[in-house]
Design a protein around this ligand. Structure first.
Ligand code: ZN
Length: 203
């Protein structure tokens, strides 16, 4: 399976990192070796001094497809989850400044945290999902999917122009503003509405 991550899908987050708001979705991949799940602890890797959390709503692909239209996109995902796109921000800034690819900063082991997933029909409106991230009990990121520049159907349509979506693939749909550094001993808890979707420690 593959993990497709959308960059700069919330205007205020693009601004906080001094990026332009994109005209079409920006995406990059993480390998399946990046997955961290079941609330296992996250160990800060030794090649970075600045790992940032980015809480994101996830969509799990349930059907093989290529060149999917936005109209038929809802047939291609069946579950909604919450996760973290861990980013070695210092490494990413260095790569960005040199115009190099981001994998060292984005695709490392345990950089794709998967929390629980819920069936799509659990939600009344996928374009109105409240979510947040708490660090040590305090809310550090808060978003609603209505603030996404490109909604999930647009993301499925756009990404499937370039690569075949396969059953089990996961889309990380971008992070709202408020990203920040994690330290050893931090506890991260993610919520969709009032429901806790993950709860784990940084080590
Ligand atoms: Zn992200």
């Amino acid at each position: 399976m593959k993990i497709i991550c959308i960059g700069r899908n919330y205007a205020k987050h693009a601004q906080e990192l001094n990026n332009d708001v994109p005209q079409e979705p920006v995406f990059f991949l993480k390998p399946d070796s990046a997955i961290l799940q079941k609330n296992k602890p996250f160990y800060i890797p030794d090649f970075t001094k600045e790992v940032h959390y980015e809480v994101e709503v996830l969509f799990r692909i349930c059907r093989l497809g290529k060149n999917i239209s936005t109209k038929f996109a809802p047939r291609y995902y069946s579950e909604v989850g919450l996760g973290i796109d861990f980013t070695a921000r210092d490494v990413q800034q260095e790569l960005k400044s040199q115009g190099l690819p981001w994998e060292k900063a984005k695709a490392f082991d345990a950089s794709a945290v998967l929390g629980e997933f819920l069936p799509v029909d659990h939600f009344e409106d996928l374009s109105n999902i409240d979510f947040c991230l708490k660090k040590n009990g305090e809310i550090v990121q808060k978003g609603n999917t209505k603030e996404m520049l490109f909604d999930v159907n647009h993301l499925v349509a756009h990404t499937s122009k370039y690569m075949t979506l396969k059953i089990g693939d996961i889309i990380f749909s971008g992070t709202p503003e408020g990203v920040g550094k994690v330290e050893i001993g931090d506890r991260l808890q993610g919520f969709i509405g009032d429901k806790m979707m993950f709860d784990f420690m940084v080590k």
